[in-house]
Design a protein around this ligand. Structure first.
Ligand SMILES: [Zn+2]
Length: 197
């Protein structure tokens, strides 16, 4: 078991471009195993290679991570591509590169994705309105150097949660006041299971 160092925002590696994997050798299998170990260790349900400082198009997801009732079900995605997406859903997300920061994020409701497994074999997966669907989109964004802070339902809620963890420029008291004002004007945000990846 080997644990890797998680890179935290604003580490530039999170914004770097990530290379396609073309050789399906021992080193790729080792990276996948190390990423899974690191994800489980940090109580995440997903992790992308750039989050451990590796600029490659690989990500791992296990929506059963941390569950007592369900056995682990890791999926390793290599070179994933979205074939189609539709609809919209919102729900709370976290990110291992932003410890302690959670806010509502807007995602597609359904995605169909193709990817390669550790043998280089091409597979297809479909996910709709569930944690897997959300995790796939969150991790694929990492592979494109994109972060969940750019998909927040409410910029004020995001800035507040960032400020609480000492990130960003915002002032906690000021943002709390603004958030209350915003909540008074909009339909309240649904509560759902949070996800860290
Ligand atoms: Zn993340």
């Amino acid at each position: 078991m080997s644990k890797l160092k998680v890179r935290y925002y604003p580490d530039p590696v999170l914004k770097a471009s990530n290379k396609k994997i073309t050789m399906f050798d021992k080193s790729v299998r080792k990276l996948a195993q190390d990423m899974l170990d690191t994800m489980y260790e940090n109580d995440g349900v997903g992790l992308a290679a750039p989050q451990v400082g590796v600029s490659k198009r690989m990500m791992v997801i296990d929506v059963n991570a941390g569950s007592e009732e369900h056995p682990r079900r890791p999926i390793v995605f290599i070179n994933p591509v979205i074939l189609s997406q539709e609809g919209e859903m919102t729900g709370q997300e976290g990110c291992l590169s932003f410890p302690g920061v959670y806010f509502e994020v807007r995602r597609a409701r359904k995605v169909v994705v193709k990817y390669q497994n550790l043998n280089g074999q091409e597979l297809k997966i479909e996910a709709e309105n569930n944690l897997l669907c959300r995790a796939i989109q969150h991790e694929m964004d990492h592979l494109d150097g994109e972060l969940f802070i750019d998909k927040a339902v409410s910029a004020i809620q995001r800035d507040l949660e960032m400020a609480k963890q000492g990130l960003g420029e915002g002032d906690v008291i000021e943002l709390e006041t603004q958030l209350k004002e915003e909540a008074g004007q909009t339909i309240n945000i649904s509560k759902s299971k949070s996800m860290v990846s």
